[in-house]
Write a protein that binds this ligand. Structure first.
Ligand SMILES: Nc1ncnc2c1ncn2[C@@H]1O[C@H](COP(=O)(O)OP(=O)(O)OP(=O)(O)O)[C@@H](O)[C@H]1O
Ligand SMILES: [Mg+2]
Length: 446
């Protein structure tokens, strides 16, 4: 652009300049040619009038007929005007003006000679006018007039030829100029096209680089996401294993201790008999405390590792979970649970999903009604937990320390399913998961 645009502007300016110069030169040549034309016809007319006057004069002299005087006088009367007009035309051409002055003098002399002879004839001086006629002075003047007129016409023709050659030159100049400018314009256009193509190539290269960069970043993001998902799955598995281990420890160790303590208390109670009611009462209190301890241990174990899941199946476990939740939170919990065939991991996913949803309801929802449903569609299963609580804005990012819903989504997606959270402020929340049914892999120890 830095070269081709100024080049194009320059070409246009040169074209305009050439055109204007050619135009003004042609106009000047044309007006000079018109003047030449006027001069030529002026000279020709002058000569014609002189001839007319001479013819009239000769006719009158020879015949004495006054009718010949009419063309003579009318010719002589316009000759003066002719001369004036021609003088005006020759003012700008000094060389021709000189010639014209001579012509003018000869015309005056011829007119004077004709006037004298006519006057003498009118006055009846026969010898005198014949003498004037016989001197040949008039003839000489007339020859000189003819010759000078011819010279002036020739000079005019010369000027005309100059004008014509000027026009030809201007046309030639325009022709060459336009051809040159057209070539320069073409060159500028070619350069512009070349530059545009080069810019396009650079642009394309930049786009390709950007695309490569984007692809690389996308690939890196995908890799990181995959490794994070793997890590999250691993952490959940470790957590589940730890919880299982803790549950077993609690069951085996604490359970054994509490059972032994309960047996001892029962033995003590039977030995004490009915003699000491106070001791009996304390023993009874101890038994109740131990029972509460055992129930608490069972609940903790159940929470850590739902044994009901393996022992009683998903539906029963969810029923127990919902019933216990209803009892604890004093909410109306309804269920609609269809029998489903899911592998152990998927069952745990569903169980944990319902568990976390119920925990959230108790923490945030301020709901009256909760509905838990599991629907079996053969190829897939849907799990929904719905409440009529205060809801929340799902577009808002969850607090940094909140992992419940994110963990839920991760579990569901790791099992090949999809999780949807529908919630509107003031209109409750519905957590809905769809999981594919996979054939249960038989466990090696069963
Ligand atoms: N049923 C619900 N009713 C109203 N708000 C809810 C409900 N469930 C979730 N929320 C909102 O969604 C947010 C995120 O829930 P999430 O379970 O992910 O985190 P959390 O319960 O705050 O923490 P964490 O589960 O990690 O202990 C909550 O802080 C709460 O504002
Ligand atoms: Mg939560």
């Amino acid at each position: 652009m830095a070269i081709s645009l100024p080049l194009a502007i320059l070409a246009a300016a040169v074209l305009i300049a050439i055109n204007e110069t050619g135009h003004s030169r042609s106009m000047a040549a044309l007006s000079s040619m018109a003047q030449v034309q006027q001069t030529r016809s002026g000279v020709t007319q002058l000569l014609q009038h002189m001839l007319d006057a001479e013819t009239g004069q000769r006719g009158y002299l020879l015949t004495g007929d006054a009718r010949y005087l009419e063309p003579y006088e009318s010719a002589t009367s316009v000759i003066a005007q002719n001369l004036d007009a021609l003088r005006g035309l020759y003012l700008e051409h000094p060389r021709e003006l000189e010639l014209f002055a001579e012509l003018s003098r000869n015309v005056q002399r011829k007119l004077a000679e004709m006037d004298v002879s006519v006057r003498l004839r009118k006055q009846g001086h026969e010898d005198a006018w014949k003498f004037v006629l016989s001197t040949d002075v008039g003839q000489e003047h007339m020859n000189a007039i003819r010759e000078q007129s011819a010279q002036l016409v020739q000079a005019a023709q010369l000027r005309q030829a100059v004008g014509e050659s000027q026009i030809t030159q201007a046309l030639q100049l325009s022709r060459i100029g336009i051809a040159l400018v057209a070539m320069v314009g073409l060159l500028a256009f070619y350069m512009y096209l070349r530059q545009t193509r080069r810019l396009q190539a650079v642009d394309q290269r930049v786009q390709e680089d950007l695309q490569r960069e984007r692809d690389l970043l996308g690939q890196q993001v995908n890799e990181r996401t995959a490794s994070l998902a793997e890590l999250a799955t691993h952490l959940q598995e470790v957590r589940e294993r730890e919880r299982g281990h803790l549950a077993r420890e609690l069951h085996d160790e604490l359970g054994a201790l509490l059972t032994a303590a309960k047996l001892d208390v029962a033995r003590l109670k039977s030995r004490l008999g009915t003699d000491s009611p106070d001791a009996q009462q304390r023993i009874q209190h101890l038994t109740d405390t131990l029972n509460s301890g055992i129930a608490l241990k069972r609940r903790i174990i159940e929470d850590l590792r739902p044994s009901s899941l393996t022992n009683l199946g998903l539906v029963t476990s969810l029923e127990i979970l919902a019933r216990e939740f209803g009892e604890r939170s004093v909410l109306s919990v309804t269920t609609n649970l269809e029998a489903v065939e899911l592998d152990e991991a998927a069952q745990l996913t569903v169980y944990r999903l319902v568990q976390e949803s119920l925990t959230n309801i108790s923490k945030y929802a301020r709901a009256q009604q909760v509905h838990v449903s599991v629907q079996n569609y053969g190829s897939h299963v849907t799990v929904e937990v719905e409440d009529d609580g205060q809801g929340f804005d799902t577009s808002r990012t969850a607090p940094a320390a909140s992992h419940g819903l994110a963990g839920m989504r991760h579990r569901v997606e790791a099992a090949g399913g999809r999780l949807a959270i529908h919630s509107t402020v003031g209109q409750g929340t519905r957590i809905s998961a769809t999981l594919p049914v996979r054939t249960q892999v038989p466990r090696a120890d069963t």
